[in-house]
Write a protein that binds this ligand. Structure first.
Ligand code: BQF
Length: 296
């Protein structure tokens, strides 16, 4: 019997509906809609597509949505000045600088410039510190979305052995912090594997919950899983496929068919983690707006 599908697209749509209702209530009572500013530098097609999806999701939820496009030739100083403008704009609750940035710009310097009260991507060092210290603050959208996916799919994390493959700042590290926290969607025993892990399969075979965030196509297969494991696939990889309409198709970090034969639950790619990332961006921006109301 193949694994049950964790339908991220459907769960994300439910969450976006909840957010839309909350926004409608706000505006009906005279409060302003949450505002998100997305800064896009250059013309990376994947980035353009991600930014479009974010703007569309914002508009559908009733947010005030601003997209700020700048050429790849923008200087770091100009970009920092733009972040400052957004920091000082009272209609903006969330600021997102789409990554990656051109090589001549220091990403970390730009992220550091975002007011942590508007850091809806959760990438600022203050946000990361708050997460680890269990203090209130914004949580990186992809790991937050994965935790929400597990909770809403009825996957118990407490007391489970969770293995994360990949140690990035955006997924692996914050995912580990979230799963080891106390409470809902937490209380797991967490292990983080990476390129220097000697026998990856020996570790992944112990996982009750496996989170694949490697960034390489289909490197996790069924032989690396414990029977009944819950598998979350964070990967978005292009593989050439002459038979596909665009000449390529998108696959995850998990070999889906092989893994599905062993796992109890699994997320698809596309339609798994990706849509949850967008839903959590909206949730963070709504939370930010609520914070800004009470601060006035
Ligand atoms: C889906 C991202 C790598 C690097 C920078 C839905 C998205 C993706 C997939 C999406 C991602 C990945 C985003 C699906 C935003 C997630 O249906 O499977 C939505 O828009 N994402 C990003 O902004 O920057 C990235 C991945």
């Amino acid at each position: 019997m193949p694994a049950e599908l964790i339908d991220g697209k459907a769960i994300a749509a439910t969450i976006r509906g909840e957010i839309r209702d909350a926004v409608a209530k706000r505006t009906a009572s005279g409060l302003r809609p949450p505002g998100l500013a997305v800064i896009l530098v250059g013309e990376n097609p994947a980035s353009q597509s991600y930014v479009r999806s974010k703007g569309k999701a914002c508009r559908e939820a009733g947010f005030h949505s601003v997209q700020i496009d700048r050429p790849a030739t923008i200087t770091e100083a100009e970009l920092l000045a733009l972040v400052d403008e957004c920091n000082n704009d009272a209609a903006i609750d969330g600021i997102l600088v789409q990554l990656p940035l051109p090589r001549h710009i220091d990403e970390s310097r730009v992220i550091d410039r975002i007011d942590p009260r508007k850091d809806v991507d959760g990438f600022h060092p203050v946000s990361v510190g708050n997460l680890v210290l269990d203090k209130p603050g914004f949580i990186s959208c992809t790991p937050k979305g994965i935790q929400e996916l597990l909770v809403r799919s009825g996957v118990e994390t407490k007391g489970k052995f969770a293995v994360i493959v990949g140690r990035s700042n955006i997924v692996g590290k914050p995912m580990a912090a979230l799963l080891m926290r106390k409470g809902r969607g937490g209380d797991a025993t967490v292990c983080v594997c990476h390129s220097a892990t000697p026998d990856l399969a020996a570790v992944t075979r112990q996982a009750d919950i496996l989170i694949a965030a490697v960034g390489r196509a289909e490197v996790i297969d069924g032989s690396m899983l414990k029977p009944g494991a819950v598998v979350i696939d964070v990967g978005i990889n292009r593989v050439e496929d002459p038979a596909a309409a665009k000449g390529y198709r998108i696959v995850g970090d998990v070999a889906f068919d092989s893994a599905s034969a062993v796992a109890s639950k699994i997320t698809p790619v596309p339609g798994g983690v990706g849509p949850m990332t967008i839903a959590m961006l909206l949730q963070n921006t709504l939370e930010s707006a609520v914070q800004h109301d009470t601060a006035e």
